[in-house]
Design a protein around this ligand. Sequence first.
Ligand SMILES: [Zn+2]
Ligand SMILES: [Zn+2]
Length: 333
Amino acid sequence: MAEILEISTCSLSSGSSGNCIFAACGETYVLFDAGRSAKAMTQLLSQISVKIQDINAIFITHEHIDHVNGLKVLINRYKIPVYMVWESFDNLSGDYKSALGEVINFISPKDKIIIGDMQIECYPTPHDSAASVGYIIGHKHNSDKLKKAVGIATDIGYMTKEITEAMCGCRIIYIESNHDLEMLKNSSYPAQVKQRIKSKRGHLSNTECAEILPYFIKNGARKIILYHLSGENNTKELAVKESKKSILDAKLKVGTVYLGVAPRSSPSKMVSVKISLEINQNENPENPGKKILNPLNPNFEKKVLLNPKAKRININPNPEIPEIDADNIAEVL
Ligand SMILES: [Zn+2]
Ligand SMILES: [Zn+2]
């Protein structure tokens, strides 16, 4: 018997005015960052028919205000458990710290935290905050491939080995595409600020984002959401154009890839990954009665065949794999 599980996610807000991503797996609802006011986040959630009281946990990438703005009021009102690294917490102001005192959970890069049906893995990112992390979201079941449904990489000065390793295999990726290099060069920002944005602890440019996308697509990414676009030094059109060109130039044979941009202050469309859980009595020693297969990930088959207790299922015996072209890169947001 196979049970189809779905992990669904959308961006609620993106950019310097505030960042927040929503993810759901079964009845587990989690927010990643809380960068808008508590009132705005409650309204944004209501637009996707979710009540703030139903959020099980909030994970914070780093302590910059565009990622924690609404946290204090949300916590004072709703006592939602919050997860962040110690250094980020330590750099918050005293009123934030006392609000978080009751609900804070400290995490470290490489930690894997189970919240309801979800597993959330944390990895380090380079940024000019006291500390900064990204997150990988998956199902809690004991299978590596089920644990890489969604990857979040935002506020990153450059693409590191840790980011590429962590995000490799995720079906949905949120990735920073912060600025167009020419727009930044010609902007009215002071030279020091421009330097900070371009530095290895600043923000990822459209060019750097576009360069890595074929690698992620080769390794399983099918829905790409360009995130944290600068309001001053970027446009949706420029970000999409550069990423689209890079994907097309790579001539990958992987089928349809969706490319979208997270809106600045409204929810994006919900994007989902389906996971097949094969349920069979008496066979999984770790989780009696359950056996896991993931037909969405082609590499998973090898793992299944190596496991004498698992059984192979083939949902698409004769897949037609077209080359990516301009027609099947679609904007989903
Ligand atoms: Zn930041
Ligand atoms: Zn930011």
